[in-house]
Design a binder for this molecule. Structure first.
Ligand SMILES: Nc1ncnc2c1ncn2[C@@H]1O[C@H](COP(=O)(O)OP(=O)(O)OP(=O)(O)O)[C@@H](O)[C@H]1O
Length: 509
């Protein structure tokens, strides 16, 4: 068999946890091989070992049949292994070309040979259908395009094996389809791809085989075409799962959030949200659907107090809060699961315990007369950790940076739900979560609703919006295209509205 890479019986331990427990993964040349596993299962660790970022405690790696030692990422690069990380590693003020050649520059005499590099990048871009302008600045191009720059960076270094770590988590639906085509182009030219993803649909659409790991152990490798999504999901979490959210009809009460004629600028001082009005009542989940970048972030930030609107007002339980600070909004009952867990959601170098009290450390029992009560904080954090199944090596004292992405997300959601807010703003709450955790988080959001709380859900996942929401507001270019009852609409109608086709109907409450 022609294997591009074989990872055999790989073991890696971190303090308090066996992240990889004799994992075996064999990547055939020319295949797209999905790596599936629940949050914290050990996928990133395994790929980190293949890319030379970590050293395995035990086990063997073969590249094209030959045993190798990958001491650092430079060795991996020389062996033809490239990786696109979950969080891109690009310099935003540099051009595409400058980013790609960074670290492998060639010179003509003393001068950097940018011209030859640009030409080669253009050729590569064309050959693989990447459509990247080598002269564009990173800060001016979309996230999807930035990802392609990362792919180009690997191709420029002659990578034969490409590792993509949750590549679609940050992409729009169209960009996801485009990436599928790009991956096919890549394997068409003989490259091999390891695709880390939680999205079973994407595995079905793109991958040939799939290796499933659970709690650091290999569960098996399956042929994707002949294995159902449900079977893969069950292999991953070790129990049966449902994809449907089980909820009864909502019984909305009084208005909790009232947004009136809100207009908000974006960072470039352009109007991103235009004259937007919406109300969310106690006991209902209102979803905001829209293609990324249509004013969702600005709306959320204006409600949470992170951005000043140009005009309009925000009321919470009848009280005008438009000018209030973030802290006083939290105090009045707003919880916020932010879009970017690492920038806004957590302080990565703090422990889980410290992160769990970021919004309440100044209150009893967490502190008294300015002195923190560490024991009370630990206890509080441990309760959240247990109830949201946040997995880490050292419990409440683990540094958040060492947690897997999905476990970081679960910690944030736990923290915000623990506040028991009257209004919970949940932005992409299940981004990067495995199906088992998604099922759990969805249940908790519905539980908040059933307790009589208001939930505002912003998500790019149309399935999530349709499954969870009672009403759905659709945003297009900063404007409210319409509000529909979730039970009376479908994916097609919402999709049309997201594209700007007006269909105010279905009944605004
Ligand atoms: N540098 C580190 N130090 C300590 N523990 C770590 C480190 N890196 C990972 N871990 C732990 O190892 C386990 C596996 O983490 P890993 O990031 O490999 O999971 P994952 O499958 O990629 O998860 P996710 O889907 O949530 O990103 C986790 O429990 C994590 O907390």
């Amino acid at each position: 068999m022609d294997y591009a890479v074989e990872m055999l019986d790989i073991r890696k331990e971190f303090p308090g946890i066996v992240a990889n427990d004799d994992i075996t993964l064999r990547l055939k040349r020319g295949e797209i091989h999905a790596l599936l596993g629940e949050n914290g299962a050990g996928k990133s660790t395994l790929m980190g070992i293949l890319f030379g970022m970590y050293q395995a405690d035990r086990g063997m790696i073969k590249v094209s049949g030959k045993e190798v030692r990958i001491g650092n990422p430079n060795v991996a690069t020389k062996l033809g292994i490239g990786m696109v990380h979950q969080h891109f590693k690009l310099v935003s003020t540099f051009t595409v070309t400058e980013n790609i050649i960074l670290g492998s520059e060639t010179r003509k005499g003393l001068v950097l040979d940018v011209k030859t590099a640009s030409k080669r990048i253009e050729q590569l871009s064309q050959r693989y259908g990447l459509n990247v302008d080598p002269h564009a600045k990173i800060e001016d191009i979309s996230v999807g395009m930035q990802q392609r720059v990362e792919i180009l960076k690997m191709l420029y270094r002659d990578a034969e094996v490409l590792i993509l770590d949750e590549p679609t988590a940050v992409l729009t639906p169209q960009e996801i389809l485009d990436l599928g085509i790009i991956m096919k182009n890549l394997i068409g030219e003989g490259k091999s791809i390891i695709l880390i993803t939680h999205k079973l649909k994407e595995i079905k659409a793109n991958a040939h085989r799939c290796t499933v790991i659970r709690r650091g152990k290999t569960i098996g490798t399956v042929d994707v075409a002949s294995t159902s999504e449900l079977v893969m999901a069950e292999m991953m979490v070790g129990r049966s799962v449902t994809f449907k959210v089980d909820k009864k009809a909502a019984s909305p009460g009084e208005i909790v959030l009232q947004v009136d004629s809100l207009s908000v600028n974006n960072n470039k001082k352009c109007l991103a949200l235009n004259n937007f009005s919406l109300e969310v009542r106690a006991g209902e989940i209102v979803g905001i659907a829209g293609v990324d970048g249509n004013g969702q972030s600005e709306l959320v930030e204006a409600i949470a107090g992170l951005r000043k609107p140009e005009s309009g007002s925000v009321r919470l339980k009848g009280e005008e809060i438009t000018g209030l600070s973030v802290r006083s909004r939290i105090h009045r009952g707003i919880g916020h699961i932010p879009e970017d867990r690492q920038k806004r959601g957590l302080v990565l170098d703090y422990t889980i315990a410290e992160n769990m009290v970021l919004e309440v450390y100044h209150r009893e029992p967490h502190s008294k007369r300015g002195i923190l009560n560490k024991a009370a904080i630990k206890q509080y954090a441990e309760r959240i950790i247990a109830s949201f199944d946040v997995r880490s090596g050292q419990g409440a004292s683990s540094i958040v940076r060492s947690l897997s992405g999905g476990n970081q997300q679960k910690a944030i959601i736990g923290r915000e739900i623990e506040l028991n807010p009257d209004l919970l703003i949940a932005v992409q709450p299940t981004r990067g979560l495995d199906v088992g955790s998604i099922e759990y988080i969805h249940r908790r959001l519905v539980e908040q609703r059933d307790k009589g709380k208001a939930v505002l859900l912003i998500s790019l996942e149309l399935d999530e919006i349709l499954n969870l929401s009672d009403r759905i507001a659709v945003l297009n270019q900063g404007e409210r295209i319409g509000v529909v009852n979730a039970s009376e609409t479908n994916e097609n109608e919402i999709g049309m509205m997201m594209a700007g086709v007006t269909a105010e109907g279905g009944g605004e409450a």
